[in-house]
Ligand binder design. Structure first.
Ligand code: MSP
Length: 507
């Protein structure tokens, strides 16, 4: 079976990572880990977008060679991904030889097929978004603020024949419902395609921009950064190697909503079509993290530094918060208050407390050995029923990228385990001399342990470290595949469990 190939956008090498970049890598990692848990072979690619005017300008300002700047930023990003337990299989940097080679091959191929031509270009260019912009986008005679400085440009350039594929693309999108997620974004793309699209200017004269991949057929020019960057997805899949067949087409490109139209939903499918390469199965466009109602970004708003949050609360708390709080296609306002409230109520109170209660009671009443579940009465049957419902809803929701809801269901289950403890009140049962009460006590502990193990299996893609820690605390070495892990099996019976643990210290 073909591997599940998932990618993120590659970040610009012109500044430090912020919450927005980290969110995207976390959510992609959650999907990758979920698919691995299902037993699939997963290949996860992320990387850095190193060419273009923005990077060149930032390097000039800092009085650095662009490559030196990129090396520093690559270290910074990669350290953060390690800190966040991002399980990428590869890290692609667009200045790597393997990538430059593929970009040159694609360009040469398209040039020979007559898909690229030379012409005069007169227009307006936004350095901030690295795109030519149209005067029709002006509002009250002004460029939208997200474009930053817009300059007029007149020069000879190479063009890729985008417009001739417009009708084909519209058809493709209409006939392939799974291509763009969420569904409302598909409408937005089709809306964009109602207006005629221009051919794409894919070159920049070297005298204006030297930091790029030279065009193989005219070295007076370098490649437009988006044309270069999009190709990373096939370079990373080992274009023209045996691996390629196993990985391509990509199953999912995870990107922010700002780079869906036109780069990913228009340029990329047309570039692939023109090269006779199959299209990716789906584009998943997530929303933005906002601060004070604005997109969090280096150039426009206040920045939340993920490193501070991770250092203070741990990587899994960060992963939990961003996955729980964001409905994947929508925007979300970041607030530290909300972060603290999720941390204290969901993680410390509901989950952390459950683990420590279980370990305490096991020590006090059963010498830290998980007993046998011998009886099943209404409270146990209720928990088992809720489990069946939780597990099937969880998988359905994850398959539809609704991770925030999958976590909501998981925590409803966790809260119910806490309620079950109150119903059974092991501290009362322990005082009784009755044999049946002892059996209920043992069953209660076994049921809590089993429920905890099952919850940890659901939490694994989102909180891999905490989940592994819970497994270890209850005497299990390794997490298996989801199908096996999710069956109610009382497999902890006889296990020695740890004496105590504080997973989330109260803040
Ligand atoms: N280099 C391009 C992507 C090329 S992909 C072939 C780029 N880089 S970026 O650094 O500006 O953004 C990288 C990713 O982070 C994008 O998917 C972008 O949408 C995402 N985010 C950047 N700021 C964001 C938020 N405030 N919130 C959520 N994600 C956002 O675009």
């Amino acid at each position: 079976m073909k591997s599940y190939y998932i990618t993120t956008a590659i970040d610009y090498a012109n500044g430090s990572p912020h919450l927005g970049h980290a969110y995207e890598k976390v959510i992609t990692d959650v999907i990758a880990r979920y698919h691995r848990q299902l037993g699939e072979n997963v290949y996860f690619l992320t990387g850095l977008d190193e060419h273009g005017q923005k990077v060149q300008q930032t390097a000039e300002k800092l009085n650095l060679e662009p490559q030196v700047l990129c090396d520093q930023i690559a270290d910074e990003f990669q350290n953060l991904w390690k800190k966040l337990s991002i399980s990428n299989d590869d890290y692609l940097r667009t200045t790597q030889e393997r990538h430059k080679k593929v970009v040159a091959e694609i360009l040469q191929n398209l040039f020979e097929k007559d898909e690229i031509y030379l012409a005069d270009y007169k227009g307006y260019y936004s350095v901030r978004v690295e795109q030519f912009v149209q005067t029709r986008e002006m509002v009250d005679g002004k460029w939208p603020s997200e474009y930053g400085e817009v300059v007029e440009v007149i020069e000879k350039n190479y063009f890729f024949k985008l417009s001739k594929y417009q009708a084909w693309l519209i058809d493709y999108i209409k006939n392939n419902d799974e291509f763009i997620f969420p569904k409302f974004r598909q409408k937005q793309v089709l809306e964009f395609l109602k207006e005629p699209i221009n051919d794409l200017c894919i070159s920049r004269p070297k005298k204006r921009l030297s930091w790029g991949i030279p065009l193989p057929f005219d070295t007076n020019y370098v490649t437009y950064v988006w044309f270069d960057a999009l190709i990373n997805y096939i370079t990373g899949a080992g274009y023209e190697s045996d691996n390629f067949k196993d990985l391509w087409p990509a199953d999912c490109h995870v990107i922010g909503k700002d780079i869906l139209v036109p780069p990913h939903a228009v340029y990329w499918p047309i570039m692939l079509k023109a090269c006779d390469i199959p299209l990716p199965i789906s584009l998943l466009a997530h929303g933005w993290w906002l601060t004070s109602g604005e997109k969090m970004s280096k150039s426009t708003g206040e920045i939340v530094d993920p490193i501070q949050l991770i250092d203070q609360y741990g990587p899994d708390a960060f992963r939990y918060f961003v996955t729980r709080e964001m409905n994947i296609g929508q925007d979300s306002e970041f607030s530290l208050q909300l972060f603290m409230s999720r941390y204290n109520s969901d993680l410390a109170n509901d989950l952390g407390n459950l683990v420590s209660r279980f370990l305490n009671m096991s020590k006090r009443y059963c010498e830290s050995i998980v007993p046998k579940a011998e009886i099943e009465e209404e409270p146990e049957a209720d928990i088992k029923n809720l489990w069946s419902k939780t597990k099937s809803e969880y998988c359905e929701l994850c398959d539809g990228f609704q991770f925030h809801q999958a976590l909501d269901r998981t925590f409803t289950f966790i809260r119910e385990i806490n309620r079950y403890i109150e119903i059974r009140s092991p501290w009362k049962l322990a005082k009784s001399e009755e044999n049946t009460d002892r059996k209920i006590l043992e069953t209660t502990l076994a049921t809590i342990g089993e429920s905890l193990r099952l919850s940890a299996a659901l939490l694994y893609p989102i909180m891999p470290n905490i989940s592994t820690q819970i497994y270890q605390l209850v005497g299990i070495e390794k997490i298996g595949l989801m199908n096996e892990e999710l069956a109610w099996s009382n497999c902890l019976e006889g296990n020695s469990v740890a004496e105590k643990a504080i997973l989330f210290p109260k803040k």
